[in-house]
Write a new protein. Structure first.
Length: 75
C-alpha cells in the first residue's frame, strides 16, 4: 500500500468535499477507510494499492467530478 496526499484547487463548499470522497471511495484499489478530504486545506489523503490503481487514475477520477488536482505526493 502507498499513501497519497493530493492538493486540490480551493474547495468552496462542504458538498465539494463529499463529491470527491464519493468518487475516491468508488475506486477499486483504494482503502476506503483511509479516504479523508479536508475542506479547510483542500487536500485529499488516502492509501491505495499501486498494483490495482495508479495515482494518475486517482487524479483522473477527481478531475471527472469537476475538481482540479494541483499536485500529488505519494509515499
Amino acid at each position: 500500500m502507498k499513501s497519497a496526499t493530493i492538493q486540490l484547487e480551493t474547495l468552496t463548499c462542504p458538498s465539494c468535499m463529499q463529491k470527491i470522497e464519493g468518487a475516491l471511495k468508488g475506486l477499486d484499489g483504494i482503502d476506503q477507510d483511509t479516504v479523508k478530504v479536508s475542506f479547510n486545506s483542500s487536500k485529499a489523503k488516502l492509501d491505495f494499492d499501486e498494483e490495482k490503481i495508479s495515482i494518475d487514475e486517482i487524479e483522473d477520477s477527481i478531475n471527472r467530478v469537476g475538481y482540479e488536482v494541483i499536485k500529488s505526493k505519494v509515499k
